[in-house]
Design a protein around this ligand. Structure first.
Ligand SMILES: C[S@@+](CC[C@H](N)C(=O)[O-])C[C@H]1O[C@@H](n2cnc3c(N)ncnc32)[C@H](O)[C@@H]1O
Length: 320
């Protein structure tokens, strides 16, 4: 496909594996928290019977528009413009309860190919476009506005923390110096500025890769969103319900991994200890299998799949 085509497709990562992970019951209620272009959603709908339901969420208005026709055609499917962090509120609105309402939740985190490949979204250094980087273009501050108002220390911290970029301080200094001459407006301006500042290239990587990743994560509060959605997903699951999360970088995956490990851990205390039941940690999840990665065949067909890692867990009975 032409890289600059206006509406590039999204190739779904871990398609069968993710849908298998949800262990779909035909009359169950499922959540696709990251609709994108609906690859996972369509596969879930294929496994649902007439009484099943799928509640999909995306914060990107273009994803919502792309799924509107499916929502019109299929009465089992509804699509909501919301963030993952609003999962509980969406469940309350759609099912009447945010507690034990659904049989499975899937989150395929990060950006979609259409977001990356559309130059006017400003996510990619490969094209020249406005430095926007918001997944939800209806609200929030653009990368351009932030980059032109933040101070040097803030910029350095963001690029270091979310990009793990060794040259974060130097890049921040270069941004401030460039701002004296004029506003930084485009992806190309930023990519060139970073390219001049980052002296050592990682093999096969554009020098601006880490900076763009950092800004994107920061502008969309991506890590905070993961922190917010996980407990809401656990609350939303019925006993036996499945949670599957696909992460694309280690910062995100670390949050998922720690959350699942903690949720799967119960306190083992001597039975005669004089403490109240609500002071004891009860396991809410059971981890299912090992983390799943894309096969070699998938990675060679879709290089984006290389960094994907999916973790799966099941809601366990917590009533005592
Ligand atoms: C990797 S794509 C999902 C692709 C999808 N599974 C498919 O097969 O087409 C991620 C999507 O999730 C959305 N997204 C990412 N973070 C989100 C969040 N915190 N809240 C809501 N949507 C989010 C993005 O806008 C994007 O459309």
């Amino acid at each position: 496909m032409d890289e600059l085509s206006p509406s590039p497709a999204h190739v779904t990562v871990l398609l069968r594996e993710a849908v298998d992970a949800l262990a779909i019951q035909p009359d169950g209620i499922y959540v696709d928290g990251t609709f994108g272009r609906g690859g996972h959603s369509r596969a879930i709908l294929e496994r649902l019977g007439p009484a099943g339901r799928l509640i999909a969420i995306d914060r990107d208005p273009q994803a919502i528009a792309a799924g509107a026709e499916l929502a019109r055609q299929d009465g089992r499917f509804s699509l909501h413009h919301a963030t993952l962090g609003e999962l509980g509120a969406v469940l309350r609105r759609v099912t009447g309860s945010e507690d034990g309402a659904v049989n499975g939740v899937l989150a395929d985190l990060g950006v979609s190919s259409p977001q990356l490949d559309q130059q006017d979204r400003g996510f990619s250094f490969r094209f020249d476009g406005p430095l926007d980087m918001r997944m939800d273009t209806t609200q929030g501050e653009t990368a351009e506005d932030w980059l032109n108002r933040a101070d040097e220390q803030e910029i350095g911290e963001v690029i270091w923390r979310y990009g793990e970029e060794r040259f974060a301080r130097q890049i921040a200094r270069a941004v401030i110096a460039a701002r004296i001459i004029g506003r930084i407006r485009t992806t190309r301006e930023l990519a060139e500025l970073v390219g001049k500042t980052v002296r050592t290239r990682e093999p096969g990587q554009h020098p601006a890769t880490r900076t763009f990743q950092a800004l994107r994560i920061f502008i969309n509060q991506e890590l905070e969103e993961v922190e917010l959605v996980l407990p809401q997903a656990v609350r939303g699951l019925r006993t036996g319900g499945r949670l599957a999360v696909i992460a694309f970088h280690s910062l995100e995956d670390r949050i998922v991994k720690r959350f699942l490990q903690n949720a799967a851990k119960a306190d083992h205390l001597p039975s005669k200890l004089p403490i109240r039941a609500n002071e004891v940690n009860v396991a809410t999840l059971k981890i299912i299998g090992k983390p799943v990665r894309a096969s070699d065949a998938e990675v060679s067909a879709n290089p984006r799949a290389r960094s994907a890692i999916m973790r799966i867990a099941e809601r366990v009975e917590t009533r005592t």
